[in-house]
Design a protein. Structure first.
Length: 434
């Protein structure tokens, strides 16, 4: 009896276990079927809205094993901004006042008010915060020794960076020969490179390149990053031409080869350079420092002669072109000096020669341009002509305010200002990243 009871109990237990297993299998099948084929209700959809990474429930732990939230480890890094994007970002970060200040290259005395600047301290720091100019140009009176020059430039650069986040263009006229602020200066152990007329007479572009590389080398060592050289003017009559010693010679092709070689030499040294004085002032009587200088050549005559060295410089990648104050009525149809003449800057240099680098005026304090615009309009006139950088206006504060007023009145648009400032920023970024 006991045995029969135990047998029936065992069979009953087995039936119970079997039934439980069958129930489990049925529930599992139903669950799988629901998971594979059941459509979500509208209520469920509302409670689990979609995002770009799936649904909110996915992010919190979905039953769908394929739906996984991205992790920091698998997320793609942000792309590195391009050079143009970095320049645009730098430009956009500047205030209008800072942008306008960047358009000027001045003597240090123009912003500090001191008689002769030979150091950069608190006065320079305050001046650069008030007027974060694009650049400073030094003359021999500012340059006493190598150590003094280095310290002055290093301090000025630090103040400029602190003021607007951009370095200064630190320039000097160092052609060699009669135009030399450092070579031959008793405070520096650097010989004068000699007149470029002698370099041109040798007829060897390699020598011209070596001279530029040597000049650029000692300039960079001192902290300069811009030399207002080479001279691309073609000499006329050596007996009367004020450019006779500064020019490489009287043949356009020769001068062009020498100028291109020097552009490469300065680039090799890591220093910006400026081919000058567009569209060419060689062979013209008079001195633009004192009064108006005039060329009666037609545009075709300029193309065949004066423009040849500038085309060679552009082909060689010259970073700046300095526009002189030459009046050329037969080429432009008016007597407005080249530096503030859109026919020369915009139509000829930018348009016909397709030049995309920086355009800078010759000194706006010269007599040849003073009679054509008042001090407060010097910067406005140059910018309207297509220039990017205004060099040494007679009255910097007036010229600076004049540009701000022109933007306020609509005579100049902020977009026009931005075009030049972007070119300036690109040149500075290229220097710091080289």
């Amino acid at each position: 009896m006991l045995g029969n009871q135990q047998g029936r109990k065992t069979m009953s237990d087995r039936r119970a276990i079997g039934a439980a297993a069958a129930l489990t299998a049925t529930l599992l099948a139903l669950t799988l079927a629901a998971g594979c084929s059941a459509a979500p209700s509208e209520t469920a959809a509302e409670e689990a809205p979609r995002t770009e990474f799936g649904t909110v429930s996915d992010a919190e732990g979905s039953a769908n094993p394929d739906a996984t939230a991205p992790s920091a480890a698998t997320a793609k890094p942000a792309p590195t901004p391009t050079f143009d994007e970095r320049a645009a970002e730098k430009t956009a970060a500047l205030t209008l006042e800072q942008k306008v200040a960047q358009l000027f290259v001045v003597r240090p005395e123009a912003i500090t008010g001191v008689d002769t600047a030979t150091q950069a301290g608190a006065v320079t720091q305050e001046a650069l915060h008030a007027y974060p100019v694009g650049g400073i140009v030094y003359f021999q009176k500012n340059l006493l020794s190598a150590d003094q020059t280095k310290e002055m430039i290093v301090n000025s650069q630090a103040y400029a960076q602190d003021a607007c986040g951009l370095p200064l263009l630190v320039g000097v006229d160092e052609e060699g020969g009669t135009v030399s602020r450092i070579g031959g200066n008793p405070g520096f152990a650097v010989p004068n490179a000699g007149n470029m007329a002698d370099v041109g007479a040798a007829g060897d572009p390699a020598q011209a390149q070596a001279v530029a590389a040597a000049i650029g080398g000692y300039l960079r060592e001192l902290g300069f990053n811009l030399d207002f050289a080479p001279d691309a003017d073609i000499c006329g009559d050596p007996a009367v031409d004020v450019m006779a010693l500064r020019s490489f010679g009287g043949d356009p092709t020769l001068v062009g080869s020498m100028v291109a070689a020097q552009v490469r030499g300065f680039s090799e040294a890591g220093v910006l350079c400026a081919a000058k004085h567009f569209p060419g002032i060689g062979g013209v009587l008079g001195d633009s420092h004192e009064s108006t200088i005039v060329s009666n050549k037609t545009l075709d005559e300029l193309r065949a002669w004066e423009l040849v060295p500038f085309e060679a410089a552009i082909e060689a990648g010259v970073p700046l072109v300095m526009v002189g104050h030459l009046t050329a009525p037969n080429a432009t149809g008016n007597d407005v000096p080249a530096s503030i003449n859109s026919v020369i800057v915009t139509d000829l240099l930018r348009g016909e020669l397709d030049y995309e680098g920086l355009v800078i005026t010759d000194s706006m304090g010269m007599g040849a341009v003073g009679g054509f615009c008042t001090p407060d309009q010097a910067g406005v006139a140059a910018l309207q002509a297509g220039v990017d950088l205004v060099l040494m206006p007679e009255d910097f504060a007036a010229a600076y305010q004049g540009v701000l007023d022109a933007v306020s009145s609509g005579a100049l648009s902020e977009e026009r200002i931005d075009r030049s400032v972007t070119r300036i920023v690109k040149a500075k970024l290229a220097l710091t990243e080289s």
